[in-house]
Design a protein around this ligand. Sequence first.
Ligand SMILES: Nc1ncnc2c1ncn2[C@@H]1O[C@H](COP(=O)(O)OP(=O)(O)O)[C@@H](O)[C@H]1O
Ligand SMILES: CC(=O)OP(=O)(O)O
Ligand SMILES: [Mg+2]
Length: 380
Amino acid sequence: MTVKRVLVINSGSSSVKYALLAGEDRLASGIVERIGEPGSPVADHGAALDIVADELAGQGLGIDSPELTAIGHRVVHGGTDFTEPTLITDEVTAMIEELVPLAPLHNPGNLAGIEVTRRLRPDLPQVAVFDTAFHSTISPAAATYAIDREVAERLRIRRYGFHGTSHAYVSREAAAEAGRPDGNVIVLHLGNGASASAVSGGRCLETSMGMTPLEGLVMGTRSGDLDPGVLTYLARTGGMSFEEIDTMLNRGGGMRGLCGDNDMRAVQERLAAGDPDAELAFSVYCHRLRKYVGAYYAVLGTVDVIAFTGGVGENSPLVRQTALDGLEALGIAVDPGRNERGERVISPDGTAVRVVVIPTNEELEIARQTLAVLPRTKHP
Ligand SMILES: Nc1ncnc2c1ncn2[C@@H]1O[C@H](COP(=O)(O)OP(=O)(O)O)[C@@H](O)[C@H]1O
Ligand SMILES: CC(=O)OP(=O)(O)O
Ligand SMILES: [Mg+2]
């Protein structure tokens, strides 16, 4: 049996990541960054996809390869229309287009990627894997904002949640490794964007991002949770336009807003040097995390595993230690030696809750979900 090859395209707001997988093996992968930023040679997502195509061709693994079975695309917002990976047709791209107002920073880039690869390979099945899909199981109690119901329904305002591919992959790995595939897991996905989820028996019960990827944890450049009264105050008294407010919260908030640096490595270097702005930023970041761990403990009732993932979660012992500090009464603790050495299990033996570090693999999960769709559908 030949191993099926899947090309995965992960278009973000300002980057495109790609990976070519043969079964579970990565044959090639890369990233094109700073798309559309001032001074960047990469003008838009179309230009980024050209670079991806060139890089693959340069390794003899071109998009035109007859060995390719399918192409899988990350699509950030699937609204309530898409709760499963979906074979891409003209009708599907039109529906993704309709969701652009709900994810203006993300869905246009996803669509640009889809357009390029469909043009290059109209013969191949292409599948959309949605960030929101894994969270479609959260209850009405968790999904509903307490605002006017008619307005909310008309404008599709509710909690959708994001990073679902990562939460699905990491929660499954964490539960299986703990010997508790039906267990309760809290996943902390800490990258540039950051989100938490509460998962029970493989089903998502709660997640920290909301209608957009702005709610919840403190992120690199996004504020996370905020009193909604701040928005009206900024407009009415601060004299800011909605565009300015949007930019301030999405691109000039989070760690960047608090201390000027959005990269956690830089923040930690300044912290070590005693910089008070970095100290405040770091403490706000970790306090918010600890608060969500406590909240999701209550949502789940009992917790088997807490899993850290994403660039910060995988690489920062200091964040992991600080975020879970003082939770011994809940059966949560971090062993300093294991944590510093970056071991897979970082809790001490004998504690009730296992704390683990699991590198996320969104590309592998997208490839798996892409292949899972194929037997169920016929490429038109
Ligand atoms: N050794 C490290 N220590 C602390 N933070 C790190 C380290 N390595 C990477 N990071 C942080 O990871 C973040 C990027 O996470 P990543 O998951 O790669 O991003 P994305 O959300 O774009 O996929 C950055 O804030 C970076 O500072
Ligand atoms: C949805 C989202 O926040 O994605 P990212 O972390 O890639 O920006
Ligand atoms: Mg990411």
